[in-house]
Design a protein around this ligand. Structure first.
Ligand SMILES: O=P(O)(O)OC[C@@]1(O)O[C@H](CO)[C@@H](O)[C@@H]1O
Length: 391
């Protein structure tokens, strides 16, 4: 089927908004965002003007309307373009994906992340990220993953993919409003499982480039790095590009400084793994990419040319996590049976999604009627996962 045929076969799926009081998306805006602001306010001894800016944002983003970024912001022109359809509207009436993105951009504005002065460049989420990485519980994860090197390549891949997938379960933004998320048992079944296709694309000796579009730092980035190591060590890929966020985003999203913190953490716990990753960065077989696109309020349908070229040249792009999934398939009310192949037909090159479900969006899962009959909770609590691949 051609891309145009795929597009024609798609049902009309409206974008997800946050306008139903009590719904998940409404609660993210109404409850989670102010809780994140409160956490950030307590994270550093910010001066009164930053505290006031955060307090104003807490009011605006919960009960106000969408206002423009200050005209002197470095990206004011971009945001003026992206905001134009929504200015003056309630945050609850604009697309959820857009509202969340704008919230994190406004948060960085409030803490003067891009402004000249002493607070420039300080990641407001550092304390939570550091606490997670310092957690001794991580040692058990690491010890389990360390045993991998002696197993056959295919087993290593299966275990690393599994760890990378479930590492996505409890991001720090989710834990703000759902402290149990981390401890909740995961369901053993995946609602979609294309792991056989994934294994075929990543057969030993096949080489090529894999783009790994990371999601969260800490507990998730560590297994992602194990996956990178498995790919390179077994020649399942010759090169890996690790795509990270260029700025703080969705609390725990991984940036370059988080990668460096993980490498420091590995220096004690898993020095051999740290050494291999360091060497790979050093010789270019592992390349870090941080494109502004990753913090823009857009879906992958609007990929900039340079990223599209990278994905086209790769033998596979793996996108991690819930938000990347929403951006990949479009943050819309899709019927769950909508084929994954059809909604991702536009993507330049083969693409795999590794995601635990923490929002309602779902495609390529025709058999979830029984789960849905019990309510929407299972789509939100990180207990269910999926591996979907479009070649
Ligand atoms: O991308 P991630 O880290 O897996 O999840 C991001 C997330 O926590 O943020 C959104 C709500 O704020 C949800 O879509 C999703 O649950």
């Amino acid at each position: 089927m051609s891309e145009a045929d795929h597009a024609r076969a798609l049902p009309d799926a409206p974008p997800i908004l946050s306008d139903v009081p009590g719904s998940f998306t409404w609660r993210v805006l109404h409850d989670r965002h102010p809780a994140i602001i409160a956490q950030v306010s307590g994270a550093f001894p910010y001066p009164p003007r930053i505290r006031q800016a955060l307090a104003r944002l807490a009011q605006d983003a919960v009960a106000g309307v969408v206002e423009p970024l200050p005209a002197d912001a470095h990206d004011a022109a971009d945001w003026a373009r992206w905001s134009a359809p929504y200015l003056g509207m309630s945050w609850y009436d604009v697309p959820f994906l857009w509202a969340e993105n704008y919230f994190y951009r406004r948060l960085l504005e409030a803490v003067e992340y891009f402004r000249p002065g002493p607070w420039r460049g300080l990641d407001p989420f550092t304390p939570q990220k550091s606490a997670e990485l310092a957690d001794p519980a991580l040692d058990a994860d690491l010890a389990a993953l360390a045993g991998l090197t002696t197993r056959p390549a295919e087993e290593q891949l299966t275990a690393a993919v599994d760890a990378a997938l479930w590492g996505n379960r409890a991001d720090l933004a989710t834990r703000v409003s759902d402290p149990e998320a981390e401890h909740r048992k995961q369901a053993s079944d995946l609602v979609a499982d294309d792991s056989a296709v994934l294994r075929r694309l990543l057969a030993p000796g096949t080489g090529g480039t894999v783009c790994l579009v990371a999601d969260n730092a800490g507990r998730e980035l560590i297994p992602d790095l194990v996956l990178v190591d498995v790919l390179l060590r077994n020649r399942l890929a010759d090169r890996v590009e690790l795509h990270l966020k260029p700025q703080p985003y969705f609390v725990s999203d991984a940036m370059l400084h988080d990668l460096l913190s993980c490498l420091r953490r590995l220096a004690d716990a898993e020095p051999a793994l740290r050494e291999r990753l360091w060497t790979a960065l050093d010789d270019g077989s592992l390349e870090v990419v941080t494109d502004p696109f990753y913090c823009e309020p857009l879906s992958y349908h609007d990929l900039p040319g340079d990223l599209a070229a990278r994905f086209r040249a790769a033998k596979l792009t793996i996108v991690k996590g819930d938000l990347n999934y929403r951006r990949l398939v479009g943050d819309r009310h899709w019927p769950a049976h909508t084929p994954f192949d059809a909604v991702t037909a536009y993507f330049p090159g083969a693409v795999a999604a590794l995601r635990t479900l923490k929002s309602e969006v779902l495609v390529g899962a025709p058999d979830v009627a029984a789960l849905d009959a019990a309510g929407v909770g299972w789509r939100l609590d990180g207990t269910h996962g999926l591996i979907q691949v479009r070649v």
